[in-house]
Unconditional design. Structure first.
Length: 327
């Protein structure tokens, strides 16, 4: 090109500066637009599932427990949040359904004895029945039934909410079984049902509140007696299974159909509604047994091959010992 003059050098510097300025401007604009596009895309992906969760939470708060949130697929964390919300919604739905059923069943259970009491009251007022001792004893029996039902509901609610004051201590399983069998012996003899006790050879103690566990066993034995005809047999036994003790109440009575087994521990649920009510069952004894067992860290299950084959109720309790401080 030959010698570069001062004027040419000036023009070259200006052209170079202009090219650098244009390149930087274009790069900045492209980078800004790209950042805005990427940011908008990412924010929409992140905000949309959160918005859906927020709308679903509002629906649940308004009482729509059927609303569900599908997994978004936008990340493990958002999917885990959607799964947790799904589980919460289902749990609330079950709780509300159970609450409605309990209120309906409780109303039904209270209506019968209250109607009976009102009937006696009107009969006495109209002079149809004499106001004598026998009549008032019948009324007192119905009032006692109402009181027993209310007490049962309170106990099972306290146990399910872990509101019981348990006085836990070591006790041999055999002692629990013998006390329970002795307490129910007269009722079994009166109906003509044989009660057999097999406490087992395991001497390991369990950590329980003896009074509460006696209530569990009493409910199971009374349930077995209620559904076992005269001449039948009920066995109360215990055995060691690993680090737990299984207490079994087995009867030769009515048995339970397969479709009823998952629900026998629900409050007010009866396999045979008419028969149980006629014999004085409140439909809540097994619910109390389950709640008290779970309050002790154990669990309870029912087993039956089918109607007419008898049933077994198994209470599983963890084996343990108190330390020197008594805990």
């Amino acid at each position: 090109m030959g010698p570069i003059t001062t004027e040419l050098a000036t023009h070259l510097d200006m052209a170079f500066s202009r090219a650098i300025l244009v390149s930087l401007s274009v790069a900045i604009i492209v980078a800004a637009l790209t950042a805005l596009a990427v940011g908008s895309f990412v924010s929409r992906r992140a905000v949309r599932p959160l918005r859906e969760l927020s709308e679903a939470a509002g629906a649940v708060a308004s009482g729509d427990y059927a609303v569900r949130v599908a997994r978004s697929g936008y990340g493990a964390e958002l999917d885990a949040l959607a799964d947790a919300f799904e589980q919460m919604a289902r749990s609330i739905s079950r709780t509300e359904r159970s609450r409605a059923e309990v209120l309906r069943d409780l109303s039904h259970e209270l209506r019968t004895p209250l109607s009976t009491v009102r009937g006696y009251h009107e009969a006495i007022a109209d002079g149809v029945l004499p106001a004598d001792r026998a009549t008032f004893e019948r009324i007192d029996a119905e009032i006692s039934r109402i009181e027993r039902l209310v007490d049962d509901v309170g106990r099972v609610s306290s146990a399910e909410e872990r509101g019981l004051d348990l006085h836990v201590r070591e006790i041999a399983v055999g002692d629990l079984l013998r006390v329970a069998a002795r307490a129910e012996a007269l009722a079994f003899d009166a109906k003509g049902v044989r009660l057999t006790l097999r406490p087992g050879s395991d001497s390991r103690p369990v950590l329980v509140d003896p009074d509460r566990m006696q209530e569990v066993l009493a409910n199971l034995l009374r349930n077995a007696l209620r559904h076992t005809p005269s001449g039948g047999h009920v066995e109360l036994s215990a055995r060691s299974v690993g680090e737990a003790i299984e207490i079994t109440v087995r009867d030769s009575g009515d048995g339970i159909a397969a479709e009823h087994l998952p629900r026998v521990f629900e409050r007010f649920y009866r396999v045979d509604d008419g028969r149980a009510r006629g014999e004085g069952g409140s439909g809540i004894g097994l619910a109390i047994a389950r709640a008290l067992t779970e309050a002790h860290g154990g669990h309870i299950r029912a087993h039956s091959i089918g109607p007419g084959t008898g049933a077994s109720f198994v209470v599983t309790l963890p084996v343990g010992r108190l330390d020197r401080s008594g805990r």
